[in-house]
Design a protein around this ligand. Structure first.
Ligand SMILES: Nc1nc2c(c(=O)[nH]1)N[C@H]1C(S)=C(S)[C@@H](COP(=O)(O)OP(=O)(O)OC[C@H]3O[C@@H](n4cnc5c(=O)[nH]c(N)nc54)[C@H](O)[C@@H]3O)O[C@H]1N2
Ligand SMILES: Nc1nc2c(c(=O)[nH]1)N[C@H]1C(S)=C(S)[C@@H](COP(=O)(O)OP(=O)(O)OC[C@H]3O[C@@H](n4cnc5c(=O)[nH]c(N)nc54)[C@H](O)[C@@H]3O)O[C@H]1N2
Ligand code: SF4
Ligand SMILES: [Mo]
Length: 722
């Protein structure tokens, strides 16, 4: 018998906490935090620690499955399944063209460090633009639209570790372990908060709920959902009127300052305070603390991006950073330019806006003014189609409608707005393939389910978080235990299909070996070619490590390439006018506003299948303030009906006085497949309720990204008849 401890890291969420796995005879027997790690200090959470249960739970697929015509599933060898799938894809390709073949790459495809690149390479090889990810139903304005419209400061903004103030807008890192530089760090967030407080950092939180992060804030603005853009416009005005902005930076590096100033003037503290339900004095205080800095950034989360005006809200948060000059300047040290990122000089200058990115590429067949390249990274187009419109792209007749969908580590049947429509769409496909550990609501409709290795069964590197850390940190892990069945990796699915379809994949300009399945490390080598630390060096090391790299000092702007940050891009005037009008919006039929939130014991739809996590929560409560319960004659625990213009769902009300009165807070991606046999209307105590049944995917969508409104949904609540 051999027993050994192996250093690895958790990939249940994006925080990548280091762990030590104890393995005996190829079986995982214990999982503990890696207390030696210098960044995380032994931090882990209950979701990660239950992976011991996840890896051996009987419901988990260890073999791929094929659905028979009677609807039953039976095991099939993965190679046979891939043969059959490739044959069907080739037929669809020949008959209808590449656009008919789509992939949807969800949360768990981001957790496999090679999955996205290889999936993209597959789309490139078959020339299919129908590449979808969860980003376009998450925060596309932050990732793409706002940087394309404003331009990007290439040396980045102030990060948490070198800030005096942090303005956190609808982001609850203590539960979500997710943030952007400048906000509460995702890695060991409780420690980061303690460290910041000790240093005297001031934390301002804007959130309709006194969230876990808001409880630790110096100032909490308990905003009415959806009023963030108005509040930010008002804060910009206060910062300007009180001379708290950085005039020299604005003159040299920004454009349209005066237009922004003039256009935000109607957002007076008095008017905004009334609309946002926040005392005027608090708005002044927030603007002053932020404006005086002297260092620190505004950072946003999903709360305001899923509400109305995400493009505007995101732009205004960037404006606040820009006018206060919260960017790394020439001569300053960059905290981290990445370990797996190529070495390159960094200039303290703006990369100009790239508005053309917003209107290039494949067009949506469903909604005007939405294009393939509407989702971009700050450094170039990402070429994604908008997931908010995926159901319509499947259902809308036409030669290039989507006929085959490969769904990797995602669960669109629960995650996408207008759940019934998505369900109809998935059922309408000629071929649905899911790469999933379980028979998820989406996989219940699949023709094939390919069984994936779970994270402790595969090697990986922390590529996703490479530039999110504020130190040059990286970890490579080998597979801790071998897979026990016939599992495949997410990237391998695309390689196997490409090989069978006779196309060659290319990674970072290099052709991939299509004869024999390349080792994953080979692919990662291609993807990270020229990185500051060679991936082999990281792979040779046990555990996570902060690399001792030469400081990167931001260089002075290069006059030949220097651009400006655009404070008032095309369309902003109209967006401000709409946000202004919305301050007076009132809906007497649906007087409450439903917002989203993350729950501690689940990760989107992953978790309720695990008994340890399920014991903590078997449904997603409808959280409301006592005042609202009283006004509606409800008691804690009552069964209720939540109705919107679009639909209604059952719920169980929980009294929660940390929520602003008038607001209803519920987590997404619960509930089940709406087919009558799954009894979603009666089984909600065991499976929760799906808020996406309340949401129309076309009614309120954002320009460029087609981001549907997923939060701030007007609803009414009534007691359910027993
Ligand atoms: N435990 C756990 N962790 C997760 C996930 C999970 O499901 N569970 N999901 C992962 C995913 S996919 C993502 S994208 C990240 C998201 O990470 P976060 O963006 O941090 O998500 P939340 O924790 O929901 O925090 C959003 C906050 O916004 C607030 N909010 C709601 N509406 C508004 C509004 O109109 N304005 C403002 N200012 N605030 C508002 C909510 O009350 C909530 O506190 O988390 C990831 N991490
Ligand atoms: N109304 C509303 N809708 C929302 C949101 C909201 O706040 N409100 N949030 C949105 C956001 S931010 C996001 S990111 C999306 C999430 O959208 P998705 O990514 O589509 O949804 P998930 O529930 O995360 O799907 C994860 C799937 O991966 C499977 N899985 C778990 N582990 C593994 C693994 O190791 N390998 C593989 N291959 N599969 C695995 C799970 O069983 C599950 O079926 O939802 C969005 N939808
Ligand atoms: S926060 Fe929890 S789920 Fe996320 S990586 Fe760390 S241990 Fe895993
Ligand atoms: Mo997300």
């Amino acid at each position: 018998m051999t027993q050994k401890d192996v250093k690895t890291y958790c990939r249940f969420c994006h925080a990548y906490c280091p762990m030590v796995a104890t393995v005996k005879d190829d079986r995982l027997i214990a999982l503990a935090p890696d207390t030696d790690n210098e960044i995380y200090g032994g931090y882990t959470c209950v979701k990660g620690r239950q992976m011991l249960e996840q890896i051996y739970q009987p419901e988990r697929f260890e073999h791929s499955q094929k659905r028979a015509s009677d609807g039953s599933l039976s095991p099939i060898a993965s190679t046979d399944a891939l043969d059959e799938i490739a044959t069907q894809l080739s037929e669809i390709l020949a008959k209808y063209g590449p656009r008919a073949i789509a992939s949807y790459n969800g949360t768990y495809s981001f957790q496999n460090s090679a999955a996205h690149s290889v999936a993209r390479a597959f789309h490139g090889a078959i020339e299919s633009p129908s590449y979808y990810t969860s980003v376009t139903i998450d925060q596309p304005a932050k990732v793409a639209i706002a940087p394309a419209r404003m331009g990007v400061w290439t040396a980045g903004n102030h990060m948490w570790s070198d800030s005096d103030v942090s303005l956190v807008i609808g982001n609850n890192t203590l539960i979500s372990h997710f943030s952007v530089p400048g906000g509460v760090p995702s890695f060991s967030p409780a420690n980061a908060l303690r460290e910041g407080r000790k240093r005297g950092l001031k934390l301002i939180v804007i959130d309709p709920r006194e969230s876990e992060v808001a409880k630790r804030a110096d100032l909490h603005l308990q905003i009415k959902p959806g009023q963030d853009a108005a509040l930010l416009a008002c804060m910009i005005q206060i910062v300007i009127r009180e001379g708290l902005y950085e005039q020299a930076f604005c003159e040299e590096h920004t454009r349209s300052f005066d237009t922004l100033d003039e256009a935000t003037q109607p957002f007076t503290p008095e008017k905004v305070a009334a609309a946002a339900g926040v005392p005027e004095a608090q708005i002044y205080e927030a603007a002053r603390i932020f404006g005086r800095g002297p260092r620190g950034s505004a950072a946003t989360g999903t709360g305001p991006e899923m509400g109305p005006h995400p493009n505007l809200m995101q732009h205004l948060s960037l404006c606040l950073n820009a006018i206060c000059g919260r960017h790394t300047r020439a001569g300053e040290r960059m905290p981290n330019t990445g370990v797996l990122t190529p070495e390159a000089p960094v200039f303290a200058q703006a990369m100009p806006p790239q508005p053309q990115w917003l209107q290039e590429g494949e067009r949506s067949r469903v909604v005007d003014d939405v294009y393939e390249t509407t989702v971009l990274s700050p450094y170039g187009p990402l070429n994604e189609m908008p997931t908010g419109l995926m159901a319509d792209e499947i259902l809308e007749p036409g030669d290039d409608k989507i006929r085959a969908l490969i769904c990797v580590g995602g669960n669109p049947a629960l995650a996408c707005p207008d759940q019934e429509k998505m369900h109809r769409a998935l059922a309408d496909l000629d071929l649905l393939v899911c790469v999933d550990i379980k028979e998820s609501a989406t996989a219940q409709l699949a023709d094939y389910i390919l069984a994936p290795k779970v994270c402790l069964e595969r090697e990986d590197v922390t590529l996703l978080t490479d530039i999110w850390h504020d130190k040059p940190y990286s970890q490579y892990t080998q597979a801790v235990v071998p897979a026990r069945g016939d599992e495949v990796e997410e990237w391998q699915v695309f390689w196997e299909l490409a090989k069978r379809m006779g196309v060659t994949l290319e990674l970072n300009g290099e052709p991939v070996d299509m004869e024999t399945l390349p080792p994953k490390l080979d692919l990662l080598r291609s993807m990270t070619r020229g990185s500051r630390v060679p991936i082999d060096e990281i792979a040779a090391r046990e555990g996570g490590h902060v690399y001792d790299l030469a400081d990167v000092i931001a260089e002075p702007a290069d006059p030949a390439t220097k651009g400006h940050l655009e404070l008032f891009p095309e369309g902003l005037g109209d967006e401000l006018a709409t946000a202004y009008a919305d301050m007076d919006a009132n809906n007497s039929d649906y007087p409450l506003l439903l917002v989203s939130r993350r729950m501690k014991y689940t990760h989107n739809s992953t978790g309720p299948e695990l008994s340890l996590l399920r014991a903590k929560n078997s449904y997603n409560p409808t959280f409301m303030h006592s005042d609202d319960l009283e006004a509606l004659g409800l008691e804690d625990g009552d069964e209720i009906s939540v109705a919107s213009r679009h639909g209604d769902i059952p719920g169980i009300v929980h009294r929660s006085d940390d929520i602003k009165p008038g607001v209803v807070s519920m987590s997404h991606s619960w509930g089940g497949n709406p087919d009558p046999e799954h009894n979603v209307d009666t089984q909600f105590r065991n499976m929760g309720s799906n808020t996406n049944r309340l949401i129309d995917n076309l009614r309120e969508i954002e320009r460029y990204s087609a981001m549907p409104r997923l939060s701030s949904i007007p609803v009414s609540i009534t007691k359910r008849a027993p």
